[in-house]
Design a protein. Structure first.
Length: 420
């Protein structure tokens, strides 16, 4: 174990609990004390290389994002960090006389077990504390404190303490808890983010497009979190998951004054004025697509979207614009064009590209006309071929032709004829 310098004694309000064979203490701890006293879980490995693996993982982690979140988000909140204690003399002080002194009738019937679970945990300052769960949050807290976080007072965080023993069995037991906590944790699903997240700019704008415009109201959007449109759907332009992805490309990759890093767009809620600007930008994209693509204008104007969707999506193929992957690839083309053009100019230019799935370059790169199925396997080749058609591909013609022949499975095929 690493040496830890002696710190002042503190008393933390706490609840004492038991789960399985673990006794734990659920406490409140201020952010500055947490940053000062708690270290990383490399402490549970005696082997330096295994410890270094944890440190490398943390360095590749999200400490910068979490630090910015703490600095900028007024509605910030963390779930509990789990911390192992080793050495020193952490002591539990139960409030056994709460019933007698309160004078509250609702507390008269508290049982001894309940009363015994309320109290304080005191730390002398010579304990060794390290995070078993919440290491990236801890790294973000430490960075924020190091950068001079100006919160006054500092936030109080929920912290769960468990006891650790530096014996062979104790190390095994603590490592098992570490992996259990981290293996069973699951990231928030994309669907939940789109439906609920109040910081993610794309999620907020996707919901507003659905709730505040006619473009994606009702059954005009498929409430599916992935990019896989159900075969049975005959009313929707695309899925809500694809709409989220389109907005992500628009806000994070297309050149504009609103462009920001994806992580910042996902984690830091901007001002209401900025949110309004993003929403207007999102609407402008679909209004431009509607202006320059007749099939989209037909869809958005229709009272019965089913008739339009059946016309442009089905076993017959149809339009690239009615396939989630097609919208994504066209947005990737817009990203390249936006380096030298406005959004309007970019959309106007891509409207000159082929749109029929049964024609090159979509056939065999995106649409299998024999099986009547969509393929996601050749998006880069498809994007670059579309860019080639308008003289913008980053590949040499010979390199692109080789890719095109390989991905279509036809060594004799030639690149489609350029349109400009």
């Amino acid at each position: 174990m690493n040496e830890v310098r002696k710190l002042n004694e503190i008393a933390l309000p706490a609840l004492r609990g038991l789960m399985g064979d673990w006794v734990y203490y659920s406490c409140l701890m201020s952010m500055d004390e947490l940053a000062r006293r708690v270290h990383y879980a490399d402490e549970i490995h005696q082997n330096k290389h295994l410890s270094d693996m944890i440190q490398r993982r943390l360095k590749r982690g999200r400490s910068e994002q979490i630090s910015n979140y703490l600095k900028t988000q007024k509605e910030r909140f963390f779930n509990s960090l789990v911390i192992a204690t080793y050495g020193g003399q952490p002591n539990w002080h139960g409030l056994s006389d709460v019933r007698n002194r309160s004078g509250k009738p609702e507390l008269e019937n508290l049982d001894e077990e309940t009363i015994g679970s309320i109290g304080f945990l005191t730390l002398k300052g010579d304990e060794k504390l390290f995070a078993l769960d919440g290491q990236h949050r801890l790294a973000g807290i430490k960075k924020a404190m190091k950068d001079g976080l100006d919160h006054d007072p500092f936030d109080e965080l929920s912290v769960i303490f468990v006891s650790h023993k530096e014996t062979k069995k104790g190390l095994e037991r603590t490592r098992r808890l570490f992996t259990t906590l981290n293996k069973t944790a699951r990231p928030v699903s994309k669907g939940d983010i789109i439906a609920l997240d109040e910081d993610d700019v794309m999620a907020i704008c996707a919901r507003r497009l659905i709730e505040e415009t006619d473009m994606f109201s009702g059954d005009r959007i498929a409430f599916v979190a992935s990019n896989n449109m159900p075969v049975t759907n005959t009313t929707s332009l695309t899925t809500i998951g694809n709409l989220y992805d389109i907005l992500t490309i628009l806000f994070a990759d297309v050149q504009s004054d609103l462009k920001k890093k994806r992580a910042e767009l996902q984690r830091v809620r901007p001002s209401n004025e900025e949110l309004a600007a993003y929403f207007e930008y999102a609407k402008s994209l679909f209004n431009l697509l509607r202006k320059y693509f007749d099939e989209l204008d037909e869809f958005f104007k229709s009272k019965n979207s089913s008739n339009v969707v059946k016309k442009y999506r089905g076993s017959h193929g149809g339009s690239v614009l009615f396939r989630p992957i097609g919208l994504e690839v066209l947005m990737r083309v817009i990203v390249i064009l936006s380096k030298d053009m406005t959004l309007k100019e970019s959309v106007k230019l891509i409207s000159k590209l082929p749109k029929d799935l049964n024609e090159p370059p979509y056939e065999w790169l995106m649409w299998d006309s024999s099986k009547k199925t969509i393929s996601n396997a050749h998006k880069v080749t498809l994007r670059e071929t579309l860019l080639y058609l308008i003289g913008k591909s980053k590949f040499k013609d010979s390199t692109l032709l080789e890719r095109y022949q390989k991905d279509t499975g036809d060594n004799s095929v030639e690149l489609p004829e350029k349109i400009m």
